[in-house]
Design a protein around this ligand. Sequence first.
Ligand SMILES: Cc1cc2nc3c(=O)[nH]c(=O)nc-3n(C[C@H](O)[C@H](O)[C@H](O)COP(=O)(O)OP(=O)(O)OC[C@H]3O[C@@H](n4cnc5c(N)ncnc54)[C@H](O)[C@@H]3O)c2cc1C
Length: 470
Amino acid sequence: MDHRSTLLKSYLKNIPSHHDVIVVGGGIAGAGVFRDLSLHGLGTLLIDKKDFTSQTSQSSSKMLHGGIRYLENLDFALVWEALHEKNLWLKIAPHLSYPEKFYLPVYKDGLRPLWMVRLGLFLYDALSSFQNLPSGQASPKETLKVIPYLKEKGLTGSGIYSDAVMDDAKITLECIYDALLEKKSYACNYTALIKATRKAHGYTLTLQDEMSGLTREITCDQLVFATGPFTDKLLKEINLFPWKPKLKLSRGSHLWFSNDMLKVKNPMVLTPKDGRVIFVIPQKDKTLVGTTEVKGEAEFDQVPDQEEIEYLYKNLKDFFPKADIDPRHLLGKFAGVRPLVMEEGAESLGKVARNHKVYQPQENAYVLLGGKYTTFRVMAQDVVKPLMNKRGLPYLGHLSTQALRSPSIIKPWHKPIIDKETLIQIIQREIPKTEEDLIQRRLGILKDVLEGEELQLIKETLQQTLLEAP
Ligand SMILES: Cc1cc2nc3c(=O)[nH]c(=O)nc-3n(C[C@H](O)[C@H](O)[C@H](O)COP(=O)(O)OP(=O)(O)OC[C@H]3O[C@@H](n4cnc5c(N)ncnc54)[C@H](O)[C@@H]3O)c2cc1C
């Protein structure tokens, strides 16, 4: 497809006034639904009030994983599903994810002994139908080879298991680019749903271009809400159907450090005595440290608060007494809010299940809530199946297991190329609308590290190319 026509498909002013389905929310949940519907040939519009994947779906711990800690909650079905999805995406999107051996250090006075950890890891392998690289264990000496600054006192060894590291923003974006290859698919970022009314057959939505202020009424037969943590608030505001709040929001924060601070070779899981879990995940040039679980609010553009940052520093100091834990190694930070579905009796946010739920509050409206990044494809299926059914069309499960056909120009974990020609291509094909979209999510560069000529070139090229946009 001509690149300029992709850009054309991303402006509210250019799109058709009727679509088979409109998907509201362009995080991973909405992107998954949009892709599956598009692959089924339905005329589908995806909208997001901000840039695609700019909220929770770029703020995860960046793991495709079964969820080792959910074994404790006896969530075997969820772990099974997530492990199978992880292994599927490793096969079909190897440029966006890679398998890693995760270390789980065990201490004498820790929450569980090594034999119990080993047993859990065997169960984890079994739940992957033994598709995971086999789990194992390491002695204290072997552990310290991989994690040299780790606290030695009381260390009895480590459990080792297999999960995957991924680029969360790129997976969401590539699902959207893949869907946009279909003729009848459109995706507008910076386009908010501000009003919705039911009509005889379907809905009339008032959409607003957040950059120009332009509003348009667009109609559709069926409507999908994939607005993650913002769902309860949005549904209350638009008041389209009766809706009782269903979300329990849990905020997690992460810090990026330069690799030489901890010198960790493999990802690892720290289990402080308070029962929380902290991941330390080295990537190519930087190490990710997170997460915390505190009560969250449905606000856009979250940042970690001081208390969460201090909690992470404190635990790093406890677990890495020999390392120079210092803010001068800090490269960046981010926070996101998990859209967990409320459950009676869950004692803590960490214990609330990660299962997803699909609600159908009206005949042609679907609301997708909860879940995990890793399981987005099956979450989408659970919306698209009944929706296709309603249209009297067959659901084809194999479509979403096909490889993504439109890879990002700048691949994850690669040094970005910053020249005018490449930037123009990215702007036309990958539809960033602001500098931040281009720098953070399309080029994959942390905010604030760019300056001088490169930053100037990015600003100018973006302005010019968008001015010339159709
Ligand atoms: C700290 C943390 C770590 C995590 N780590 C992992 C992990 O390692 N692995 C894993 O599998 N899962 C992980 N998760 C879970 C996973 O990240 C989330 O389940 C997932 O990203 C949620 O995606 P979403 O599309 O539902 O929400 P979002 O990504 O928040 O998308 C919702 C979108 O709706 C848009 N929107 C809101 N209102 C409107 C409106 N009026 N009009 C148009 N658009 C609107 C927003 O702009 C937003 O882009 C983590 C979650 C958190 C918080």
